[in-house]
Design a protein around this ligand. Structure first.
Ligand code: SAM
Length: 192
C-alpha cells in the first residue's frame, strides 16, 4: 500500500550532524502531529447510497444532500478525505466545476479525494458508452475524464488500484461493483 508521507525531512540548509538529527526529529514529530490531526478531521463518503462507511460522514441525495448543493456545512481546509463510489455519473457536466471546487475547498492541504467509477471509455468495460436503462448516466466517467476534472480543480492526480491509496489508511477504498476493466480507481491529492 502506498502511504502518503507527511513531514518528510528536508536536508537543505542543515550543516552539522547534530542539526541534521534535530531536523530529522522535528520532521518526524511534525509528521506524527499531522497524522493525529488528520485522524480527528472528518472523512466524507458522498453519494453513499446503501454503502455507508463506519467512521465517515455519509451523505446522499436520499438523505437530502446533493453534490450540486456543495459542502457549505464544512469549513475550508477542514476535511481529511473524501471518497465517492459510483455516483458522479448522476451529476450533469455543467455542475462538475463547482462540485469539484467544493471538494478542493474543504480538503486540508495534503488531503485525498478518491473516486471509484465505471470506465465508460474502455471497450472492455460492461459500462462502455454509459448506461441508458433505469437511472441512466447523465455524465460519462473514465480515468481520463475524471482525471481532467481533478486536475482542473487543482489536484495532483494518481491512477491507483483497488487497494492502493495515498491516504494514511485504506478506509477510503471502496470496491462494491467489480474492478478493472469495468471500474477505475483514481485519487487527487490537494497540493500543500
Ligand atoms: C449507484 S448508487 C452508489 C451508491 C454507493 N456509493 C455504492 O458505491 O454502492 C448512486 C448513489 O448516488 C446518489 N445520487 C445520485 N445523484 C445524486 C446527487 N445529485 N447528489 C447526491 N447523491 C446522488 C443516489 O441516491 C445513489 O445512492
Amino acid at each position: 500500500m502506498l502511504v502518503r508521507m507527511t513531514g518528510r525531512v528536508k536536508r537543505g540548509g542543515v550543516t552539522s550532524g547534530v542539526g541534521r538529527i534535530r531536523a530529522a526529529f522535528a520532521g518526524v514529530l511534525q509528521g506524527a502531529r499531522a497524522m493525529v490531526g488528520t485522524r480527528r478531521r472528518p472523512r466524507l463518503n458522498l453519494g453513499c447510497g446503501d454503502h455507508p462507511l463506519p467512521g465517515f460522514i455519509n451523505l446522499d441525495k436520499r438523505g437530502g444532500w446533493t453534490f450540486e448543493s456543495g459542502l457549505k456545512d464544512f469549513a475550508t481546509e477542514s476535511v481529511a478525505a473524501i471518497t465517492i463510489s459510483h455516483a458522479l455519473m448522476y451529476v450533469e457536466a455543467k455542475d462538475i466545476p463547482f462540485v469539484f471546487s467544493e471538494f478542493h475547498r474543504v480538503l486540508v492541504p495534503g488531503g485525498i479525494i478518491r473516486i471509484t467509477g465505471d470506465d465508460t471509455q474502455n471497450p472492455q468495460s460492461l459500462a462502455f458508452g454509459g448506461w441508458t436503462g433505469d437511472e441512466p448516466f447523465v455524465t460519462l466517467t473514465s480515468p481520463s475524464i475524471v482525471g481532467g476534472w481533478l486536475e482542473r480543480a487543482g489536484f495532483d492526480v494518481h491512477q491507483v488500484d483497488e487497494n492502493t491509496t495515498f491516504f494514511s489508511d485504506a478506509s477510503i477504498c471502496q470496491s462494491f461493483h467489480r474492478g478493472p476493466p469495468h471500474v477505475f480507481f483514481i485519487e487527487g491529492v490537494r497540493r500543500v
